[in-house]
Write a new protein. Structure first.
Length: 195
């Protein structure tokens, strides 16, 4: 069954190709082979300001450069967010992007009488792909994957995106060519299945 898939490339370095870029490319190739519709947004290539106040988040319009991103989020049935682990969490540019696009009136209804607004992005699922230098098991069990859980619960869950699955890719600096090939094939298969 064909799905509408949105890939969000959250690596902040637009000048070079990293493993996260290769994984997204493999996923996209598999998705196209599986007859899914695919859109890709490279967050590092977008020009937008950071939000600096709750008033700005509540009342200012989303920057014009991010309107196509909001349109793609509405279009998507499944969202795949790729980013490297930086200082224990997602890079600032990826976080800033999500803060800008997931605004009241778009991702959640404007609150009435102090209550939290309704979740407006229900009906969409997601996968979060995190690459990291440490072993993935260390991040998951020793560090408790706190930043990943916050992203799943406090950002995606807050606006109604569910279920959210995760794929952690560790030891990227010491990965052999054979291991890299295994990960690329795995992501191509995930893309073909649209999951």
């Amino acid at each position: 069954m064909s799905r509408r898939l949105l890939l969000l490339q959250g690596h902040p370095d637009a000048s070079a190709s990293h493993l996260g870029h290769a994984l997204a490319d493999a996923y996209a190739a598999g998705a196209q082979a599986g007859d899914h519709e695919v859109r890709l947004i490279r967050i590092a290539e977008l020009d937008f300001p950071l939000l600096r106040s709750k008033a700005a988040w509540d009342t200012q319009a989303v920057p014009a450069t991010l309107q196509p991103a909001q349109d793609s989020i509405l279009w998507a049935e499944h969202i795949v967010l790729f980013f490297p682990l930086w200082l224990g969490g997602m890079p600032a540019v990826a976080r800033g992007f999500l803060e800008q696009v997931l605004r009241p009136g778009f991702a959640l209804a404007r609150p009435a009488q102090g209550h939290v607004g309704a979740k407006l992005l229900t009906g969409r699922s997601a996968r979060i792909v995190v690459t990291m230098g440490m072993p993935a098991l260390v991040y998951r069990w020793y560090f408790r994957a706190h930043s990943l859980k916050a992203l799943e619960r406090n950002i995606f869950g807050f606006v109604g995106i569910a279920p959210v699955h995760e794929t952690l890719v560790g030891l990227v600096e010491s990965m052999s060519d054979a291991q890299r090939g295994q990960w690329l094939r795995r992501f191509e298969a995930m893309g073909r299945e649209g999951r």
